[in-house]
Design a protein. Structure first.
Length: 277
């Protein structure tokens, strides 16, 4: 029965459907912020979400900021209008951005228990590697990573590969365009991941933990994920609200942990002003 329901879901997803997000059911354990994210994409058509990227013309009198990051993407979260991109197809170590896919696999393959949800929260809010591995160990690391790679293939993330569940491996690599496909899927099917990631603090087993994401205190922060290793440097995926709708900003390879936040804000500020978002 579960496989039948999943097949029906995929049929509607790829066919476009009507107000796809209305079809998505919010787990009882998901926070109320999930509804906010759902409302942002309530009119999103799945076919439109998978349309070709369309680069928006820029005004040469207002050039984008000078950056130190290796790759970046700024785009509408709902219609694939690209406001800025650099090195969109270059492979780069994911670091803890890997945990976005880990969260998808956990939500799609385990009963909704407090243990599962707490491990996911630790991943998304604290970037806890042990929590990521604990989720994978429920099925066996090899089997879990295989599911992650299979999901990437099903989302047409052709330039993405996973070797572990946490992102410590340099072999976990992707491109900003592939990462964006995953973010779009999460917004449509698993908005609770973003809702959990935007919490300033999270309570787990009676103890409060502070979010390591510096954007958690911003009212326009919808959600996202940090990542950092010596090989990847600073990675960051963020979805912001604007007057024109949600905007996705992805930055890879910032020299320092702080630079990824600074340069993400520079890009957001420029795009908001330049395109009147």
């Amino acid at each position: 029965m579960k496989r039948y329901l999943q097949a029906v879901a995929l049929l509607f997803f790829f066919a476009g459907g009507i107000a796809l997000v209305n079809w998505i059911r919010t787990p009882k354990s998901a926070p109320r912020e999930t509804v906010v994210i759902k409302n942002m994409v309530a009119t999103l058509d799945a076919n439109e979400a998978r349309a070709p990227y369309e680069t928006t013309q820029t005004n040469e009198n207002d050039p984008p900021p000078q950056l130190t990051i290796n790759a970046a993407l700024v785009k509408s979260s709902i219609d694939n209008r690209v406001f800025y991109e650099v090195n969109p197809d270059q492979h780069w170590p994911l670091a803890s951005l890997t945990k976005l896919m880990n969260g998808v696999i956990a939500l799609e393959n385990f009963p909704a228990t407090a243990t599962r949800n707490n491990l996911i929260k630790r991943m998304m809010v604290l970037s806890d590697n042990s929590a990521a591995d604990a989720l994978a160990d429920m099925l066996g690391m090899g089997s879990y990573v295989a599911l992650m790679n299979g999901k990437a293939q099903s989302l047409n993330m052709a330039q993405t590969g996973f070797s572990d569940a946490s992102g410590l491996s340099y072999l976990n690599q992707s491109t900003i365009r592939d990462i964006d496909k995953l973010v779009t899927y999460i917004m449509l099917r698993h908005p609770e991941l973003l809702a959990w990631s935007r919490a300033k603090t999270v309570r787990i087993d009676g103890k409060d933990y502070r979010n390591i994401n510096e954007f958690a205190s911003r009212p326009d922060f919808v959600g996202g994920k940090t990542g950092f290793t010596d090989e990847a440097n600073g990675n960051l995926v963020t979805v912001f609200t604007t007057a024109s709708g949600p905007v996705t900003v992805i930055t890879l390879g910032a020299p320092t942990k702080e630079d990824r936040f600074i340069e993400t804000l520079l890009l957001l500020s420029w795009a908001t002003r330049h395109f009147k978002l």
